[in-house]
Design a protein around this ligand. Structure first.
Ligand code: GDP
Length: 424
């Protein structure tokens, strides 16, 4: 039995969904262990094109059990909408292939409101939230002011618990933001509309996973976002509100003592970043527009144009270290085919000095990129399926990245489809 985590090395949107979709053929169980419906994993396979937000990307494989672990922000509304969308395209989702941890805390209706109210209050100092309620949710989880999915199975206890939280939450809504308070009737309607829909999927996933482990079944852990958005190790405060790194997978999945044998870090052949925060290698103007168009860099959840730039070696090396990656999947190499010279952000300068370490978040905005150029290949590589079949300049680019970030690149992706991959 071997276990594997698939994680993002950069700012997210590296193509993790595409890699999980590919690798699920070798695993029995796929678990999302953090984050919420703010994710946007795009998967293209024989069943169609899907933008997954909360559902684990193993949902398309027959026989794979998909789990939403205790570490996720369990957004019943977002999940129910997504289940309807995906089943509407012919994919079967039942309590057999989707299980929700009874210990996953629920994202409640006011979390979304509070996210928008706070971003509006911050105005031009905003964090660039996707307004899915993730930050207010995790704050409340750690304050012990939300309920667990398993409480849906015990309605009497649920109502009692929610009543106490409602009283406390209305203080914030009314007195801090001057917003409309919620009533128990609102909550009853919300539970009837969404909570009841996801209830059949809720169970003791910890017990299921321990059994799966005892039977030698293999487990794939799927992350949302990337190292640089990790709450503790990323570009705080422009991070997400959970730990996206592989080290959190055991805690957030329901198997706290599990050993992860392989950590596949997903790196994009150039950089993209959605939302606010320092992005040292950022391009602007025509150069950026061209790359954004070539890579179709628009948010899967929000449709927002992503900020783009060349690959950032300094940030990527740091991201690899944070994840403890044992293997790298380099995605979207085909997107660079239009360039005659391939730019790389090889180093930074900080206070006039060249550096190769990733700076502390507070001084990161002062760092400047040192851009170098490699030869381009200027031909379509999307049909290539072997390492030898790649043009020499493309191979040299991959080898350069591998050398600089200090981790083997075992997969090179040259297209969004499941089979557009080169194994190395
Ligand atoms: P995730 O959140 O890390 O799963 O990444 P996203 O789904 O947000 O972004 C990756 C996007 O790139 C998706 O639209 C994928 O279909 C697409 N994609 C993934 N790998 C490749 C690749 O190798 N080449 C191209 N052209 N597109 C890719």
């Amino acid at each position: 039995m071997s276990n594997c985590a698939i994680v993002g090395i950069n700012w997210g949107d590296e193509g993790k969904g595409r890699m999980v979709d590919l690798l699920t053929r070798d695993y029995d169980v796929v678990i999302r262990y953090q984050g919420g419906g703010n994710a946007g994993h795009t998967v293209v396979n024989e069943k169609g094109k899907f933008a997954l937000h909360l559902l684990p990307s193993g949902i398309f494989r027959d026989g794979v059990v998909n789990i939403l672990g205790n570490g996720v922000a369990m957004d019943c509304e977002s999940l129910w909408t997504e289940i309807q969308d995906v089943t509407g395209k012919g994919v079967s989702i039942t309590p057999e292939n989707l299980k929700i941890s009874d210990r996953a805390s629920l994202l409640l209706p006011w979390h979304r409101d509070l996210d928008s109210l706070e971003e509006a209050r911050l105005a031009d100092r905003k964090y660039g939230s996707t307004k899915q309620g993730i930050a207010p949710f995790y704050s409340d989880k750690y304050q012990k002011k939300t309920v667990m999915a398993g409480e849906l199975l015990y309605p009497e206890k649920l109502w009692q618990h929610l009543e106490g939280i409602l009283e406390w939450k209305n203080l914030t809504l009314e007195k801090v933001y001057g917003a409309k308070p919620y009533t128990m009737d609102d909550l009853r309607a919300w539970v009837a509309d969404f909570g009841e829909k996801i209830k059949p999927f809720v169970c003791d996933t910890g017990a299921f996973l321990r059994q799966a482990q005892a039977e030698g079944r293999s487990i794939l852990f799927e992350a949302q976002l990337g190292s640089l958005r990790d709450l503790d190790y990323g570009i705080y405060p422009y991070t997400t509100s959970s730990n996206a790194i592989a080290a959190y997978a055991p805690v957030g999945s329901g198997l706290p003592s599990v050993r992860i044998d392989e950590i596949v870090g997903v790196v994009k052949a150039y950089s993209s970043c959605v939302g606010e925060g320092p992005f040292t290698c950022e391009w602007f103007g025509e150069e950026a527009d061209k790359l954004r168009e070539a890579g179709a860099e628009y948010g899967a959840k929000t449709g927002r144009p992503r900020r783009v730039g060349p690959i950032d070696i300094v940030a990527t090396r740091y991201g690899v270290q944070c994840q403890g990656a044992t293997n790298i999947a380099l995605t979207k190499l085909d997107v660079l085919s239009y360039m005659d010279k391939i730019p790389v952000c090889a180093h930074y300068t900080l206070n006039g000095e060249q550096i190769d370490y990733f700076p502390f978040p507070a001084v990161l905005p002062d760092a400047k990129p040192v851009v170098e150029y490699m030869d381009g290949w200027q031909c379509d590589i999307s049909g290539v399926r072997t390492w030898e079949g790649l043009p020499e300049a493309a191979r040299k680019y991959v080898e350069y990245v591998e050398q600089e970030i200090g981790c083997h690149i075992g997969y090179v992706s040259v297209g969004p489809e499941r089979d557009s991959i080169i194994l190395r």
